[in-house]
Design a binder for this molecule. Structure first.
Ligand SMILES: NC(=O)c1ccc[n+]([C@@H]2O[C@H](COP(=O)([O-])OP(=O)(O)OC[C@H]3O[C@@H](n4cnc5c(N)ncnc54)[C@H](OP(=O)(O)O)[C@@H]3O)[C@@H](O)[C@H]2O)c1
Length: 262
């Protein structure tokens, strides 16, 4: 099978590349620069992953399956923890806009074989949070796009299947990203979740096994707290907003005494 993997230099992309190589797939590893480790792919390709033209170049590779593992989270914030406009644009582009452009372009082509587009979301997509607001919004947009537009694309072009896998936290630098807005108390809570996080190789095996099946949306196990928050957001959006205000006061490093000058 010919597989294209974006984010091949990342925690999950690398592990997935290795797992695909191990089972004999031909792997094209995609990064913004062609710097993928040879153990993770058969060939390394550079692609900006910005536009429909970039998407077309990936589809020209004629893959059987594409894993869109590239993803970004906020690594810097402005005064008071406010999102930076430029980072926000980049995050939305790589996490949700580019996957959408690629899927639309794929459905407009004639294929002589099935094409599986596996987007990588997050179990955090159902619960907006003041501690990763741009990331959550972009993953939520991706989930909405896949569920809303995927059926249309598949009906228009039965060779193309747009699917979504939602990992939970993975051991690695990205799992720590929300700490950018957390105070010491919040970081302690986060540390518990990071300590229990599985290695990327475990998640990659899970993702691979899932994508060999026929389900449209797959998820790592969602903690009960995530399920509860999702319900609350859906059923009582104003209470959910108030909960975020309260959490910001309690565990943000930008509020209270810790926030002075932060
Ligand atoms: N790690 C977690 O805890 C976790 C949990 C849930 C979901 N996920 C999702 O799983 C996917 C992989 O996560 P990861 O932990 O492997 O992340 P990672 O280690 O930070 O790797 C991210 C990859 O995405 C690429 N990338 C970053 N910003 C980009 C941009 N603006 N445009 C194009 N490429 C960009 C990077 O490639 P280059 O810089 O080489 O181009 C890198 O290979 C992401 O979609 C993430 O949201 C991760």
């Amino acid at each position: 099978m010919k597989v294209v993997i974006t984010g091949i230099t990342g925690t999950l992309g690398e592990a997935l590349g290795r797992a695909c190589i191990a089972r004999g797939d031909e792997v094209v590893g995609v990064g913004r620069k062609a710097t993928a480790a040879p153990s993770t792919c058969s060939v390394s390709v550079a692609n900006a992953q910005h536009s429909t033209e970039d998407a077309a170049r990936l589809l020209d590779l004629d893959p059987d399956r594409i894993y869109l593992c590239a993803g970004q989270i906020e690594d810097a914030v402005g005064p008071g923890g406010v999102p930076l406009a430029s980072t926000m644009e980049q995050i939305h582009r790589v996490n949700s806009l580019f996957p959408a452009l690629l899927a639309i372009e794929a459905a407009s082509r004639e294929w002589s074989h099935p094409l599986d587009i596996v987007t990588v979301g997050s179990i955090a997509d159902g619960s907006p949070s003041a501690f990763g607001p741009v990331y959550h919004a972009s993953k939520s947009a991706l989930h909405h796009f896949v569920t809303g537009t995927g059926p249309i694309l598949h009906a228009a072009n039965p060779h193309v299947r747009l699917r979504l896998y939602r990992p939970g936290v993975i051991k690695g630098p990205l799992s720590w990203a929300p700490t950018i807005r957390l105070n010491a108390r919040g970081r302690k809570i986060r540390a518990r979740r990071c300590r229990r996080a599985p290695e990327a190789a475990v998640v990659a095996r899970r993702l691979l096994a899932w994508s060999d099946g026929d389900d449209w949306v797959g998820s790592d196990l969602e903690p009960l707290s995530f399920r509860f928050l999702k319900l609350l957001w859906g059923l009582a959006p104003d209470s959910y907003y108030r909960l975020q205000i309260a959490s910001w006061r309690r565990v943000s490093k930008f509020s209270g005494s810790e926030g002075q000058g932060a």
